[in-house]
Design a binder for this molecule. Sequence first.
Ligand SMILES: *Cc1c(COP(=O)(O)O)cnc(C)c1O
Length: 389
Amino acid sequence: MPLKHYLLTPGPTPVPERIALAMAQPIPHHRAPAFEALFAEVREGLKWLYGTKEDVLTFASSGTGAMEGAIVNFQRAGDEILTVNGGKFGERWGKIGKAYGLKVHELKVEWGKAVEPAAIEQALKEHPGIRGVYLQASESSTGVAHPVREVAALTRGSQAICVVDAVSALGAMPLPMDEWGIDVLITGSQKALMLPPGLAFAAASEKAWKLSAEATLPRFYFDWRREREMQRKNQTAWTPAISLVVGLAEVIRWLREEGLDRVYARHERLAKASRAAMEAIGCRLYAERPVVSLTTVWSPEGVDSDKLVKTLKTKYGVTLVGGQDAAKGKIFRIAHLGYFDDLDIVIAVAAIERALADHGYRAQPLGTGVGAAMRVMQELAEKPAEKAA
Ligand SMILES: *Cc1c(COP(=O)(O)O)cnc(C)c1O
C-alpha cells in the first residue's frame, strides 16, 4: 500500500489546509450579522471572479442543481433549446431539458472534439424558436474547451440565451461573463474553487432575466428570482451551506492575493507541462482543443486505461480517472485544476511512467515524461521581475 495519496481528479479536487482550517471554525448562524457581512464579502468576490455586474447566486447543491436551475428559470413548457453534446456533461443538458418536457435539439459533437460555431449558427437559423444554447466551457469527460466566447457572440443578436456550464472551468481560465456576453454562467465549489462539494453558483444577464419573467417551468428550491431577492439582502432563501461559504470567503481572499492572471498562468503552465510529458512518452492527446483544467490522454495500444488507473491508485497512491462511455478503457484524465502546482504534475507524470512500465509499455526511458514536464515548467516559470511589474 502506498504511504501517500494524491488526488488528481476533475472534481473533487484537493482542499488546501488554509481553507480546511477556515471551515473548521465554530459554525456561525446564517441570520446573524457576522454571517451577513461574510456573505456580502463573498458576493462581491464572486462578481469579481465572474467578471460581472450581475448578482452571482450561491446555492447549497452540487453543480447539477445549477444546471437544472439554468433550464427551469428561463424556459416555458415545450420551449426549444439547443444543447451541445460532446460528452457526459453536454449530454446532461439534454437529459434535464427532456425531463422538463422541452423540445431539445441536440448538436452531437464527436468525443474529443470541440463544437464548431458554424454548426450552432446553422442550428439557430434552422430552428428560429430556440430560446437557449446550452454548452460547457470545459467538457470534463473529454478535456475539451468549447469556444464559448464565439458561441456567446453568435447568440447576441438572437432571442436565445447562451448558457455556459463552467463547473470545471471557472477559476482555471478567464471567462469574463459581461465582456464575452455570456447570459447564464454556472459553476460549483469542488473544482477550481478548491472547496469540498456542496455549493453551486449562477449568474444571469439582463437578457436572461427578461426571459425568466416569462418562464413557466415548475421550480421551487431553485427559484432564482426569489433567491436573488434574498441574496441582495445578504440573506439566502433557505439554510445555506454555512461552513462552505466560510471556506469560500477564504478562497476568494486567496485568489485576490495570488491574482487571477497568475492563477490562470499557473493552470496554463501545468496543462502545457502535462501535455508535453505525455507526448514525450509517446502517448497521444485525446482532446483536439484541450482545456487548461485537465489533460486527457489515449492509453497506449494494449494498455486498458481502467487497469492503468487501478495500478496508479493501488501501487502509487495517485488517483486519476479513466474514460466514460465511448472512451471507457481507452483514455485517462490528469486533472490539474484548483490547488495544484508544478511538483504535483511531476508526481503524477512519474507515477504514470512507472504504471505504464508495469503494464508493459515503456517506449522511452523512465523519466522522459518528467524531464519534458520540467523543461516546460522551467521555461514558463514566473520571473521575479515580472511579478514586481
Ligand atoms: C463536475 C461537473 C458538473 C457538476 O457535477 P456535480 O456532480 O453535480 O457537481 C457539471 N459540469 C461539468 C462540466 C463538471 O465537470
